[in-house]
Write a protein that binds this ligand. Structure first.
Ligand SMILES: Nc1ncnc2c1ncn2[C@@H]1O[C@H](COP(=O)(O)OS(=O)(=O)O)[C@@H](OP(=O)(O)O)[C@H]1O
Length: 616
């Protein structure tokens, strides 16, 4: 397209509309959308109307220079599309990000377009769903110019759920590479709803829309927000035209916890060199998401825009549980079909990780309770009646690893994913005090997992509960202090042994789930921390902050570094993280200002062992 034509198109687009997720037109000038079937309430939430030209999805502005958009795209700098528009040829895309809506498609697009061998359209052209009648020439005309060696890419998440899209794409080119970003379907639905609500505050509640009959638990699969998450059903249409090998699935969750890893696989899939690596990302704590680092070619901010990473609407936990159950069979079928387990079930913790613990040989972790609590306070009796389910052993590998040099990591923040509703206590079988804790009973309506570390054998010379004649004679595991509970976030910290005797032994458990205290997708939780002043034999309390991001990630805040806590006391010896994912490097460091000397000290955390943990 010549510049004149482009200019004409630009002028014209001010008269165009684009469809939002409610299927309603958003006017950018005179209305040009075709009228869709009239619908009220829920129906509005399901239908899309065909529009004259593609426009940005709400909150999804288009890229500068992109032909059919009125608003600049949330361009992440470092993108490679700033070259001369006259270089190269406009080609039909060889690769498409076809879904899923709210899966993380924008992040994948913005990350991959950093690659010099990829050029991407910033807007969503909606060619294979809404604009197919315009023909391939029109579609091609939208594309950025590429050199022979470059891949042209566009993303339109609604393709994944468009019946005709696979056939149409196949007809364009049977070699088209397809990328699908999948995300826990419940979270995805909430994200979808949250977006819709931001445009239409008067829509019915998520809970109301999700069910045909809530009492009977009949989910309304005709609601798009629910239907999109039934991934396997949509996938079937694609597999009629494309072999599985031609479809690459990105985990929306891992895209947040390990963007470089996910993008590495995307690059492999596209057959381009691994140009985008760890070096391109940093974790932006304010945003609560990974963002692209500054590069020589780009000095602009590189986090995604405000419409990505919205604070989700708080949903009744019981509804979330019901929807998880609803999606479970679809997820399982989906895993089976694609041959990958994306852990979309997101209901159970899967890993227990042990960090830095030097003395522990084996640890038996006994799950003493796993049940769904619906609003009822649970008592010690309830908990005791729950069956024990699993024992695991974690073998201390620290001795073998100690000689290795720590691996330097430039970033101080680290994060890991968490599943929901995990409470761990070091408290031995007498979990009554935890169960009886009024704070715990504030929790309601979530799956609650209580796990007890019931025994820990220590190496020779170390105190042991099982060997009272050792140094640890007479010591009991200290009853836990449940420190703070904010909605569904529980942070629990205690010493492994009597706190005054084992200041370095620390158990930190974090449980997080998606809840209302997520302004800008981040909450900061005050963690009450016991400070031991050994010389005085006193125990003070101090508050530390820990930031919990969304329902999936958690990271230490830098306040750790600035704390006035004794270094020794401050070094966590043992951390359990129960969750779906983690992306710790083997060593993690943070600096700590020693109060007495004022010197910065580096504290290392080493992941020693992770064990798989499942409950039935
Ligand atoms: N790096 C980074 N920055 C910001 N947001 C990120 C990132 N990686 C993934 N995500 C998640 O992407 C979710 C939006 O998904 P999409 O881009 O597919 O949405 S859309 O369908 O194009 O509207 C968005 O969903 P919400 O958090 O619900 O807003 C994010 O969770």
């Amino acid at each position: 397209m010549g510049l004149r034509a482009l200019g004409a198109l630009r002028t014209r687009r001010t008269l165009l509309c684009c469809c939002d997720d409610l299927g309603q037109s958003r006017l950018l000038g005179a209305p040009r959308c075709l009228r869709g079937p009239s619908a009220g309430g829920q129906k509005l939430l399901q239908k899309s109307r065909p529009c004259d030209l593609p426009g940005p999805t709400p909150g999804e502005p288009s890229a500068p220079g992109a032909p059919a958009a009125a608003v600049p795209a949330p361009r992440l700098s470092g993108s490679n599309h700033s070259g001369s528009p006259k270089l190269g040829t406009k080609r039909l895309p060889q690769a498409l990000i076809v879904g899923v809506k709210k899966g993380g498609t924008r992040a994948v697009l913005e990350f991959i377009r950093v690659h010099p061998d990829v050029r991407a359209l910033g807007t969503e052209p909606h060619f294979f769903d809404r604009n197919y009648g315009r023909g391939l020439d029109w579609y091609r005309s939208l594309m950025p110019r590429t050199l022979e060696s470059q891949i042209t890419l566009e993303k339109t998440p609604s393709y994944f759920v468009t019946q005709e899209a696979p056939r149409r794409i196949f007809n364009m080119s049977r070699d088209t590479k397809l990328i699908v970003v999948v995300r826990n379907p419940v979270t995805r639905a909430i994200s979808d709803y949250t977006q819709t609500l931001s445009k239409k505050p008067d829509i019915p509640t998520f809970e109301g829309l999700s069910f045909r009959n809530r009492t009977l638990g009949v989910v309304d699969v005709s609601w798009n927000a629910i239907r999109i998450g039934m991934y396997v059903l949509h996938l079937e249409s694609w597999l009629r035209y494309f072999p599985l090998a031609q479809i690459h699935f990105v985990s929306g969750e891992r895209l947040i916890t390990d963007p470089a890893g996910e993008m590495g696989r995307v690059q492999d899939f596209l057959g381009i060199k691994r140009f985008i690596t760890d070096k391109h990302f940093y974790f932006n704590k304010t945003k609560g998401f990974p963002c692209l680092k500054k590069t020589e070619s780009s000095l602009l901010p590189r986090c995604l825009g405000k419409s990505k990473g919205r604070t989700h609407v708080q949903i009744d936990p019981e509804v979330i549980d019901q929807l998880r159950e609803f999606y479970r069979p679809y997820n399982i079928k989906f895993y089976e079909t694609v041959g990958q387990d994306f852990r979309l079930l997101n209901a159970l913790p899967t890993r227990v990780c042990l960090f830095n613990y030097r003395h522990l040989q084996t640890m038996e972790l006994r799950l003493v309770n796993f049940r769904v609590l619906h609003g009822a306070d649970h008592t010690a009796k309830d908990i005791q009646e729950m069956p024990s389910t699993k024992h695991i052993n974690i073998v201390d590998t620290s001795e073998a690893l100690r000689s290795e040099e720590p691996h330097q990591t430039p970033e101080r923040s680290w994060n890991w994913s968490l599943s929901s509703s995990v409470v761990i206590t070091t408290e031995a079988p007498e979990s009554q005090s935890l169960g009886g804790s009024p704070k715990v009973t504030q929790r309601s309506g979530r799956k609650l997992l209580l796990a007890s570390v019931i025994s820990a054998q220590r190496k020779a010379g170390q105190p042991s509960r099982d060997n009272p004649s050792s140094k640890g004679e007479g010591r009991q595991m200290k009853s836990p202090d449940l420190l703070n509970i904010y909605n569904n976030v529980i942070i629990y910290q205690t010493s492994y042994q009597a706190v005054s005797e084992a200041p370095r032994a620390r158990l930190l458990c974090v449980q997080s789930s998606l809840k209302e205290r997520h302004p800008a997708f981040q909450i900061t939780v005050q963690l009450k921390k016991k400070i031991i002043q050994k010389s005085l034999g006193t125990v003070n309390e101090q508050y530390q902050s820990i930031s919990v991001y969304s329902d999936m990630t958690c990271s230490f805040s830098d306040s750790y570094r600035n704390s006035s806590v004794e270094t020794e006391d401050f070094s966590p010896e043992i951390i359990f993280v129960m969750g779906l994912e983690f992306n710790f490097n083997q060593w993690q460091h943070y600096a700590h200002q020693d109060e007495t000397t004022g010197e910065a000290q580096r504290v290392s955390l080493r992941m020693l062992q992770c064990a798989q943990l499942t409950t039935d």
